[in-house]
Design a protein around this ligand. Structure first.
Ligand code: HEM
Length: 270
């Protein structure tokens, strides 16, 4: 069974001290910048002495990456930043949004778009950001598939990834209803009906999404709570587990890198 290589963390750099005085500079005179730097170091030291967090931070950040690592390895982090952007813009939208099907939802979105300072910009970021996140998550999945990163010992990370993919799609689906305009309403009815055609669980799933047999007021509040509480919470927890495993197991070297290496090995053995 292949063994996962252990990554040795590099030593902690020595704390920064005021450099020796330059010629003409008064001995022992510390500039405001150096004072600020020292103050920062003191605060970090104070926290570290009480929490020992620097060990975990070093374990997380100072890792060996395989030879041949390239831009495709940034797709996972890009997906994460898309999620963070969705979380931040979503918080601002939630300050104005009212999940009220009798005109309140539509009116609150209209208010954000037309009256609130930078509202249209934040709403646009959230709306386009959702598409960006869906595209990125698929590209990232494609990268890990082509690289064979789903194989031992990363199967569990692949499974967590599949759940993250489904949750990302649930976010996009539940968010689409929230403006509660004609397009959102009818598109969601179609989406819920498609879910209802699934084998065995389909009818129960569509009943759950509608909040009963009919599409109504409960549907909107149910979609809103799934969209802003349930699924983001699950995504945050699963991204944490996903990144823990990436740090623990390291990333996979590109397949051609391995092929090249075994070719070199064959040549050396011949
Ligand atoms: C919210 C969605 C996701 C986020 C934020 C995320 C984040 C990341 C990050 C930051 C990495 C390390 C850097 C990299 O290889 O790109 C990574 C690695 C990985 N991800 Fe994801 N990911 C997500 C979804 C997925 C999905 C949908 C899959 C597959 C079904 C997946 C499978 C993997 C695997 C197998 C690795 C290890 C790659 C390797 O060893 O080279 N992830 N992920």
């Amino acid at each position: 069974m292949p063994r996962v290589p252990k990554v040795k963390a590099p030593p902690v750099p020595a704390p920064l001290r005021a450099p020796p005085p330059r010629p003409g500079e008064e001995h022992g005179k510390v500039t405001a910048g150096q004072q600020a730097q020292e103050a920062g170091i003191t605060v970090v030291d104070w926290i570290d002495e009480r929490t020992s967090l620097s060990g975990a931070a070093r374990w997380m950040m100072f890792r060996k990456v395989p030879k041949g690592t390239n831009w495709f390895y940034t797709l996972g982090s890009a997906t994460m930043f898309a999620f963070l952007s969705q979380a931040v813009t979503g918080v601002f939208l939630a300050m104005y949004y009212q999940p009220n099907p009798n005109g309140g939802a539509y009116e609150s979105i209209r208010h954000v778009t037309n009256d609130v300072f930078l509202g249209q910009f934040v709403r646009g970021m959230h709306k386009w950001g959702s598409t960006v996140m869906v595209v990125l998550v698929f590209l990232h999945m494609g990268r890990t598939f082509i690289w064979g990163a789903y194989k031992y010992p990363r199967e569990l990370n692949w499974v967590i990834g599949v759940v993250l993919l489904v949750l990302t799609l649930v976010m996009a689906f539940t968010g689409y209803l929230l403006p509660f305009d004609q397009r959102a309403y009818w598109a969601t009815i179609v989406g819920v009906n498609i879910n209802g055609t699934g084998p065995l669980l389909g009818p129960y799933l569509s009943d759950f999404l509608r909040g009963g047999g009919e599409f109504g007021a409960t549907t909107l509040s149910r979609f809103y709570s799934i969209h802003m509480l349930l699924v983001p919470g699950l995504i945050i927890a699963l991204i944490g587990a996903h990144l823990y495993l990436v740090t623990k197991l390291g990333t996979t070297a590109p397949p051609w890198q391995k092929a090249q290496e075994s070719e070199e090995l064959r040549e050396a053995e011949a």
